[in-house]
Design a protein around this ligand. Sequence first.
Ligand code: ADP
Ligand code: MG
Length: 461
Amino acid sequence: MTSSNLTEAVDSICKKFSITDEQLKSISSEYIRLTKLGLNHNGEAMAMIPSYVTATPSGRETGTFLAVDLGGTNFRVCSIHLNGDNTYDLLQTKTVIPRNLMVGTSKELFSFLAQKVKDFIATHLSEKFDEDATDHQLKLGFTFSFPVSQTAINRGTLLRWTKGFDVKDAVGQDVCLLLQDELDALNLNVHVAALVNDTVGTLMSRSYTSPGHHTTIMGIIIGTGTNCAYVENLDAITKLGEEKISNLRKNSPMMIINTEWGSFDNQCVSIGSTDYDEQVDKKTPNKGMQLFEKRISGMFLGEILRVILADLCSQKLLFKSSSSELETEWKLDTSALSRIEADFSKNLIATRLLIEKELALESTLEERKAIKTIVEAIGKRSAYLAGAVVAGILEHTKAFEKHGIIDVGMDGSVIEFYPGYESLIREALSAIIGQTKESRVQIGIAKDGSGVGAALCAVVA
Ligand code: ADP
Ligand code: MG
């Protein structure tokens, strides 16, 4: 093994992951094309789901609301007090969902959830609730992170379960009604006012907390997965049909759309594909789907790196020998990439320790430099892909004609913790729309999308 062989191999990998300015522009155009398809027809790859949320908060809203979040392992119940000055107070409890309820009947699951709401009110809100109970109901926003077909702000039919849930009789039923029935059975004066996707919640939460009078037009999540919601012109959502559009238009000219952008360009017409992406995709239960997400989000970046390192090792270009850790699928978490990116020590000590700890391998400085270069290529591609589609949305919505400053809310560990991620998004934006426009985009972290965001959906409902 010679060092120039490793350098050559790393160069060639980085080339595969790099995205030129031309490619950025074509990704952005392809995104606009598929956006329009999804707005015009049901059943397109990029679902463009109407949220029926037709207003964003100003930050001056007040009151006390409930929010619940059924997403995966935990069920969260929160109360949110909006102070009316862009700030809020949030109280929350978390319960692990018993395994048997995840595969039982809808009655068992939803009565359990309703009971948790009752317990929460008794513990944290009893005074407030007693005084309110007589005259008005507590409004509740329901964050439900499973595929639903929404027909109104608080109506949504469950299409299928994911993430280990399999409550068969719930499929095809309205999840808001299932929850409402069980809340009613406990005599709780609580109204399920909104069914909320977490990206819509992120947009709403940013819109409420964002300083100044700028309009927030996007909510983006880059965590385990990735998705985005944005503010669309009602008239552009032609798949709703003329009658529905004209009814809705009486209240508002806009609606928030949940893009489900994780499935953008599953054909890889514009986003490109490497042999490493294909190796990772093969091991997933939804092979060939969510390919945009599989190049961007936290669930996948660590595995992409592992697959590359294992390949270089098998070619005898990296490490003296392999280890069972290096051969173990999903062994590397995306936080490992963050730590390597953040290692600026002369001898890359943090990287050396990480490789020892996670992969049980010794490394030379030269090998660590090579690994860092690969990590940078993976991280940069992720942020560039995200930046390219953000540029697509800005152009599609004519954001620069409508707003001075364009506000974007983001959430998720990748965007929050990956070093330099926002700068890389901005680099891509700048390459597509130019630096003058890029500088008008304001990006901020939006916390508690499924708490305060869901409550805000209940407010505007
Ligand atoms: P969720 O998607 O469940 O809401 P998060 O937003 O925390 O949760 O995202 C979790 C994902 O983020 C995981 O895939 C994990 O690998 C990744 N992650 C966690 N910490 C970091 C970090 N420091 N840097 C980059 N990615 C991270
Ligand atoms: Mg999240």
